[in-house]
Design a protein around this ligand. Structure first.
Ligand code: SF4
Ligand code: SF4
Length: 444
């Protein structure tokens, strides 16, 4: 598997070259060339924003299929809590999880269950913190890649803890079934970034997850399976704390510290990171940052409107709380700090260093890079500054960078091209009006 695996791809035959996606990309990774979009892979963080926006459905996510679970003798589903919000309130969490068993899985382990463990580990990191504040959540892989690419100065502030998906897979394999040889753990995912996190992980060499199935692909078969469920099993173990991770502020509430900022939607996240770089937010302990609007419920591989999904998750999380209170009257659930999640000894800390990605550099040689930067600034000044996208680049600045890198020419800008055509036309007209001296009677 190539180290630079990306889950988000272009379906070239579907692309109409409309340029809608180029301004949506947070890392300016898309250009339109010869009537088709092109993704500059080194810049792509697999956030999936282009999947969400493309009117022609020309951006897709590479993922795994339900069929792939057959490669393993023992199959475990790890559903993201976002899955619960895709189904109406009559379909309980237990029913959804029983439906997954009917689809061929032998066991389900909720990512929400692991989220509670991750929250406890995050609380511990916050208690032991020494260094710059705020600490930044690592649970959204698109956000970690955004920091790597655009805000490398913030890398040390990321909490070096694995995501609930990865933690769940480790608990399943290392603690629940250490003796099983052929065991496949499949994450049911709302986003493409999780596919990349499994196939090209950060923080560890190899992921314990064996496959990622998009919610949108499993939704219909699961709906059919649920409709045939006769005996519902009591499988939901997670409380409202873990289930709430599907929506913005859920993780922060679960971590439970006082000075927390929750930000969702990649543009808003970028603004907050710029503020942190400018030494603001220093009184904040923790930043919960999610690439998708509204949190994971806004993921591009879901089926339900994120606002509806959010309302359902809140209600289902409340049901889980009530159930928990009924089941264990003595359990303290007053605040996240008092809550004791499942006991586990799996290692959740990052084992690998996450390094900055220097793809924004114009040249390896510092002096050449400075010259190119000056050239780029001069070109940018000569462009109209409208950021219209007609050239296929998202901004005039991006076009000037492409020109300096040798990927574009100045008259890719239609305003420059128009000026050049007008100059050419007037030169031609002037030439056409000129008569040879031999024909000019007055100058005889
Ligand atoms: S939004 Fe991008 S990928 Fe979709 S059709 Fe337009 S140019 Fe192509
Ligand atoms: S997935 Fe995100 S980063 Fe990659 S091309 Fe699409 S919008 Fe840009």
């Amino acid at each position: 598997m190539p180290h630079s695996f990306h889950s988000v791809k272009l379906a070239r035959d579907k692309c109409k070259g409309c340029t809608t996606c180029i301004t949506t990309c947070p890392t300016e990774a898309i250009r339109v060339r010869n009537g088709k979009a092109v993704i500059i892979e080194e810049r792509c963080i697999d956030c999936g924003a282009c999947i969400r926006i493309c009117p022609s459905h020309a951006k897709e996510a590479i993922s795994d299929a339900l069929e792939d679970i057959k490669k393993y003798d023992y199959k475990v589903a790890v559903p993201a809590p976002t899955l619960y919000g895709q189904f109406n309130m009559k379909i309980s969490i237990d029913k959804i999880l029983t439906g997954l068993l009917a689809l061929g899985f032998d066991e389900v382990f909720e990512a929400a269950d692991a989220a509670e463990v991750v929250a406890a580990k995050t609380r511990q990191c916050l208690a032991e913190k020494n260094g710059d504040l705020p600490l930044i959540s690592s649970s959204c892989p698109a956000i970690v890649r955004l920091i790597q690419l655009k805000y490398p100065g913030l890398l040390d502030q990321i909490i070096r803890v694995e995501s609930p998906m990865e933690t769940a897979a480790r608990i399943v394999k290392e603690e629940l079934h250490p003796d099983k040889k052929s065991i496949g753990v499949f994450f049911i995912s709302p986003c493409a970034a999780k596919v990349t996190a499994v196939r090209n992980p950060m923080g560890c060499k190899h992921s314990s997850v064996d496959g990622v199935i998009p919610i949108k692909d499993i939704y219909l078969p699961l709906m059919n399976a649920i409709s045939e469920v006769e005996t519902m099993e009591h499988l939901g173990k997670a409380s409202f704390r873990g289930i709430s991770w599907a929506v913005s502020e859920g993780e922060g509430d679960n971590v439970g510290c006082h000075d927390i900022v929750a930000v969702d939607g990649i543009d808003q996240v970028a603004k907050v990171f710029e503020e942190i770089e400018n030494r603001r937010f220093r009184n904040v302990d923790f930043i919960e940052a999610m690439a998708c609007p509204g949190g994971c419920v806004g993921g591009p591989l879901t089926v339900e409107n994120p606002y509806i999904a959010k309302a359902r998750i809140r209600k289902k999380a409340q049901e889980a709380t009530d159930k928990e209170a009924n089941e264990n009257q003595n359990k303290a659930i007053a605040s996240p700090g008092e809550f004791i999640p499942r006991e586990t000894h799996v290692n959740m800390e990052w084992q690998e260093e996450v390094k900055p990605k220097q793809i924004m550099k114009l040249d390896e040689d510092f002096r050449k890079a400075v010259i190119k930067m000056e050239e780029m600034e001069a070109i940018e000044k000569s462009l109209p500054g409208l950021d219209c996208g007609s050239c296929g680049a998202p901004t005039c600045k991006a076009l000037s960078e492409d020109i300096v890198r040798g990927y574009a020419v100045k008259n890719d800008c239609i305003f420059i091209l128009k000026e050049e055509i007008q100059t050419l036309a007037s030169n031609l007209a002037e030439l056409g009006a000129r008569r040879p001296l031999s024909m000019d009677k007055e100058k005889k």
